[in-house]
Design a protein around this ligand. Structure first.
Ligand code: ADP
Ligand code: MG
Length: 380
């Protein structure tokens, strides 16, 4: 049920979300689609996203009673009050994205259908997110959002977006790859078309990541066997350690399990292949987080320095480099906070030292040179 958040909650959570580029719109819309349990998400950029951006999903759709409020500021179906923030498992919770998008486009359209609706309805929204008009539109269940003429009312931002438009296809594809590696069961696609002055359309490229069984299969599809043969999937969890130690923490409030799912280079991987694909994918409960701040930055440095020692053992004589790494940190929502930056990609941890300790355990599991212990091979 979409409702308005009370003013005090709004003040405490509000970020005044700013959309500054095409990628920001795509990120917010695909996060909404994932929150709506979609298994297929199609992104279409026309004119590098400046003519229109469309994200079509096959998720649960928006209930008819919720639609008048769907794009109003601070209206959300995902959070009820400030206390609920520590339990939120969805990407969204501020009820800001659709409203922000409406405010910086010429118009925004939302077509939606739940499984119980006889027909899909297309809504045209104004700058404040209110419905201007609605009409029926034969579409399958799910939601399609189209942002038309982004920044038409913010000329400076439109100029800047035009200047950097040549990299848009690649940037959006990388964004989709990041989410595909957290949600391998979802099919993602990107269609990028260019329209010239006479409205002739040119195809700038299509990209598809099919639904995969698990993240390792997604890695194979995205980066090929050359890399996939050199990395492996492993899980380290504080649960097994607690059992070994007989549970040494008496304060139940403070007890929780940290699980690290990781795809890291094999101990005997060919360093050149690992460094050539030196991409870093770090998530907290499937949410991509930035690697340039806080504990996550330290975590990446730890993996980097440990792997560089391994690489030297394997004959690497070049400079220190970042290896391929994919790590999903799983822990209860109440022990970290992502409501720090408007785009929620910075996570603050209540017990950062526990996370760092968990990472050193994970690295020992992968790289214990004395024991060469077997890495657990489990499907995600
Ligand atoms: P938030 O995601 O923070 O709740 P948004 O402005 O992104 O805020 O979306 C507002 C509300 O609209 C959501 O809470 C959800 O109920 C509904 N919604 C938005 N996009 C979708 C979608 N693709 N499928 C189903 N519901 C959606
Ligand atoms: Mg949202």
């Amino acid at each position: 049920m979409i409702h308005s958040l009370d003013t005090s909650t709004v003040r405490r959570i509000s970020s005044g979300q700013v959309i500054t580029k095409v990628e920001d719109v795509v990120k917010e819309l695909i996060e909404n689609s994932i929150d709506a349990e979609s298994t297929s998400i199609e992104v279409k950029l026309v004119g590098d996203g400046l003519t229109s951006i469309t994200v079509k999903d096959n998720g649960v759709g928006i209930l008819e009673c919720d639609r008048p409020a769907m794009a109003l500021r601070n209206h959300t179906s995902k959070l009820y009050d400030f206390e609920g923030l520590s339990r939120v498992e969805t990407y969204g919770f501020r009820g800001e994205a659709l409203n922000s998008i409406c405010s910086v486009t010429e118009s925004t359209q939302i077509t939606t259908k739940t499984e119980n609706d006889p027909v899909a309805i297309l809504y045209m929204l104004d700058h404040s997110g209110k419905i201007l008009h609605a009409k029926s539109s034969g579409s399958s269940p799910g939601t399609t959002v189209t942002a038309i003429k982004l920044f038409s009312n913010v000329p400076v931002r439109r100029q800047v977006a035009k200047k950097i438009s040549s990299s848009i296809g690649k940037n959006v594809q990388n964004l989709l790859i990041t989410y595909a590696l957290a949600h391998p069961h979802i099919r993602f696609s990107l269609k990028h078309t260019y329209e010239n002055n006479s409205k002739l359309k040119f195809n700038e490229g299509n990209w598809i990541q099919p639904a995969m069984k698990n993240t390792m299969d997604a890695v194979i599809k995205l980066f090929g066997n050359e890399l996939a043969n050199e990395v492996q999937f492993g899980v380290w969890s504080s649960k097994s350690e607690d059992i070994e130690n007989g549970g040494n923490d008496n304060n139940t409030e403070e007890q929780y399990i940290i699980t690290l799912e990781a795809i890291l280079p094999n101990p005997d991987a060919v360093p050149h292949i690992i460094f050539k694909n030196g991409k870093t994918f770090i998530y907290v409960n499937n949410r991509p987080v930035t690697t340039v701040r806080g504990e996550i930055k330290n975590l990446v440095s730890m993996v980097k320095s440990v792997y560089n020692v391994i690489a030297c053992h394997n004959g690497w004589t070049g400079n220190t480099k970042t290896p391929f790494m994919w790590i999903n940190i799983k822990l209860p929502t109440w022990v970290y906070d992502v409501n720090v930056e408007p785009n929620k990609n910075v996570a603050l941890f209540h017990h950062g030292e526990r996370l760092i300790e968990a990472v050193s355990n994970l690295l020992e599991m992968f790289y214990d040179l004395n024991n060469q212990r077997e890495v657990q091979n489990t499907d995600i």
